[in-house]
Design a protein around this ligand. Structure first.
Ligand code: GDG
Length: 464
């Protein structure tokens, strides 16, 4: 390949999904998501490339053009998928970085695969990036790429963004390969985190575990400086507002209300089925409110969407069984013989259906135990059509640092959670409106575009 991409995004997954038509022809469709929406225009303008895995193990694909930029697929063997992705990324780093809400597993062969795959991503990037190009590496699966890439191509401007929390030093230091990860990240010119606390966790770690000097936000290394700062990610706010006002979406939300039997109050949860999202606690809290009669199943429905996720990882299977059981028990014990108080779907839905659900939710319940940002909270605020909704939000979601007018909760405190949900349901309309107005203002002012612009502007302006 020619070294001609001026702007390169490196992420575990490509931003396209393969669609195979009836006649067997293959096409690639952009997978909807905020990151792609924000970065596609930049890539088209500058001539760019997106490097990532295409989602099928044991398959090598050639690079191809897509919507004005290059798609560069990275192959992964089945064993690498199991060890680098399911293993080290999702059963070691994911729980470790989320405050060990599940036990991280440490396996040396998983680490070896992680190193190997990170090296492959770095090598491919080095082949594709033009002289002096800007490279933006995404997330916890690729933390070694900044350093590896700098060794191969010191001419590049290298940015890295972590989408998940960065843990306090006391937790991070459990990792047997902690020094390698620190050095890996420090290879970047700019390391971005979701919230200031995560950035300061990393700076503190560097101060304690290396001999490097820090000058405020900058870590000074031989040959370059690594800047460490927070860039809270957001959503395509206008896009969500438009989608939620689309007549088809409005019609779908009406049909959904009809299907639910026009309850007076709809509570909604939407999450990947992940143990960090606080589902056990949320279902228990709302179940108790039904059992105690504080929420009347005749008037109130709690709709919970849990999108299937990482289903081959043990901890996720256990979670799925637990939630099935919990919901089953509550639904069999509470309410009449009509609609159950909890409408639970373990499935994923089109984005338009999600928007329809956000429209009808009087109270959105977002209660993760730990979460880098949480986009669902912001999507709800954008999509809910008037200011009568309410957002119950965990203090431990990055989003809580911006959405201060939400009903903020500690998801481990079941009584506190119950009280906040009840306040969100029963507070006078005027109080809820004041809160929702402030939330909408926040989400309108801070979008995925402003996030990408501020990161990339900072990266370009850096002088090493
Ligand atoms: C990571 C960090 C950070 C969910 N179900 C369906 C569906 N979704 C969409 C939501 C939302 C996205 O998935 C989930 O984003 P979150 O931010 O809530 O959570 P993670 O997946 O854990 O994301 C997180 C994020 O990265 C970005 O930096 O905020 O903290 O953990 O957009 O709408 N979309 C569709 N069908 C579903 O069933 N179409």
């Amino acid at each position: 390949m020619n070294r001609d991409a001026q702007f390169v995004v490196v992420a575990n997954r490509l931003p396209v999904d393969r669609v195979v038509a009836d006649d067997g022809s293959v096409d690639w469709r952009t997978s909807p998501g905020g990151l792609v929406t924000a970065l596609e225009p930049v890539m088209r303008k500058q001539g760019g490339a997106w490097i990532g895995w295409h989602g099928a193990p044991d398959e090598e694909l050639d690079p191809f053009d897509h919507d004005g930029y290059q798609i560069v697929p990275i192959p992964l063997s089945q064993q690498e998928f199991e060890e680098y992705y399911e293993g080290f990324s999702n059963a070691t780093l994911w729980p470790l970085y989320h405050d060990t809400v599940a036990f991280p597993e440490f396996h040396r062969e998983w680490w070896d695969a992680y190193v190997e795959v990170n090296r492959r991503f770095a090598e491919r990037t080095a082949e594709v990036a033009a002289e002096g190009a800007t490279v933006w590496i995404q997330d916890y699966q690729l933390q070694l790429v900044p350093q590896l890439l700098r060794e191969m191509r010191p001419d590049l401007k290298i940015g890295f963004f972590l989408h998940i929390p960065f843990p306090p030093i006391e937790i991070f230091l459990q990792l047997p390969w902690r020094e390698q990860i620190i050095q890996g990240l420090l290879g970047a010119d700019l390391v971005g985190f979701q919230v200031p606390g995560a950035a300061s966790n990393f700076r503190r770690l560097v101060r304690k575990r290396t001999r490097l000097k820090l000058d405020r936000d900058r870590v000074l290394l031989p040959g370059h400086a690594c800047n460490v700062k927070a860039y809270p990610i957001s959503i395509d706010t206008e896009g969500f507002i438009e989608m939620a006002q689309d007549p088809d979406v409005v019609a779908e939300s009406d049909a959904l209300l009809e299907e639910l039997g026009h309850p007076k109050v709809v509570l909604l949860g939407v999450d990947r089925l992940d143990y960090t999202k606080g589902l056990r606690q949320r279902v228990r809290a709302i179940g108790e409110l039904f059992e105690e009669g504080r929420l009347d199943p005749a008037d109130v429905v709690f709709m919970q969407i849990a999108t299937p996720s990482r289903e081959r990882v043990d901890e996720y299977r256990r979670l799925r069984d637990d939630i099935d059981q919990l919901v089953g028990r509550i639904n069999s014990e509470v309410g009449g013989i009509g609609r159950p108080p909890i409408v639970y779907r373990h499935a994923s839905f089109p984005r338009t259906t999600m928007a329809a659900m956000y429209r009808i939710a009087d109270v959105m319940v977002v209660t993760p135990l730990a979460d880098g940002m949480n986009l669902v909270a912001k999507e709800y605020v954008a999509c809910h059509p008037n200011t009568s909704g309410a957002l119950v939000l965990s203090e431990f979601a990055g989003a809580a640092q911006e959405l201060r007018q939400a009903y903020l909760v500690n998801p481990y405190d079941l009584n506190g959670l119950k009280e906040s949900i009840m306040r969100a349901v029963t507070d006078p309309r005027i109080v809820r409106q004041r809160r929702m107005r402030a939330l909408k203002k926040q989400v309108l002012a801070n979008t995925i575009d402003s996030w990408a612009d501020s990161f990339l502007n900072d990266l370009r302006e850096l002088t090493s």
